[in-house]
Design a binder for this molecule. Sequence first.
Ligand code: AP5
Ligand code: MG
Ligand code: ZN
Length: 217
Amino acid sequence: MNLVFLGLPGAGKGTQAQILAKKYNIPHISTGDIFRNAIKNETPLGVKAKEYIDSGELVPDEVTNGIVKERLQKEDCNQGFILDGYPRTLDQAEALDENMNQLDRKLDLVIYTKVKESELIKRLTGRRICEDCGATYHVEFDPPEVEAICDKCGGNLIQRDDDKEETVEKRINVNKDKTDQLINYYNKKDILIEIDAEKEIDAVSNEIVDVIEEKVK
Ligand code: AP5
Ligand code: MG
Ligand code: ZN
């Protein structure tokens, strides 16, 4: 099962992708997580990506396309994958199509998680992530059992550098038109599903699972 999560920053792509990856036992591939890991480890990719990410801009398509192409060739993707935050531009969508053709596979579903802007800002400014395992929390909507400590691994919870209020607005604006273009692109291919992602986390997951069971399984 080959899935894509599409949605503005804070719409819950990562939260939902993590739940589905566990349920269906396929890898969750987040380009944002790949970049953040590279930055943490100070790799050449990290050095290249840092400036864009800190300022809320997109990393150039050729860099991002290359990384995803390589990742999808790994063996753990043989049974399927969940892409989160990729593609994010038309150029990336076309590169992914080409990539799928070469691998003789196709995308089953593009899940668009729709949330209004005022809600996105609340979600992003209250988000905390584990500095060790990357798990996502929210101070109000999805708090850990012990304040500032990861339930899964005991690591410290921190705020992402790009979740400061100024950068959050910039990120939403950078992604708006591009997201609309991708909605169009995948609607034409008849694989787009729009989900009302303003409901609670579990309600959103249940709705997504219902759609998958109906359309893909
Ligand atoms: P990335 O890490 O992908 O950031 P993003 O797209 O801005 O999306 P987020 O991770 O912020 O939001 P999300 O939808 O995953 O929400 P989450 O589940 O965490 O990318 C970061 C940067 O990397 C980009 O700005 C860009 O520079 C670069 N990049 C990445 N991919 C790229 C690409 N393809 N091309 C070029 N550049 C790229 O949820 C948010 C919060 O809300 C959490 O606290 C969560 O607990 C809470 N929450 C989730 N669901 C709910 C709910 N239903 N109700 C209440 N709270 C909820
Ligand atoms: Mg995310
Ligand atoms: Zn952790």
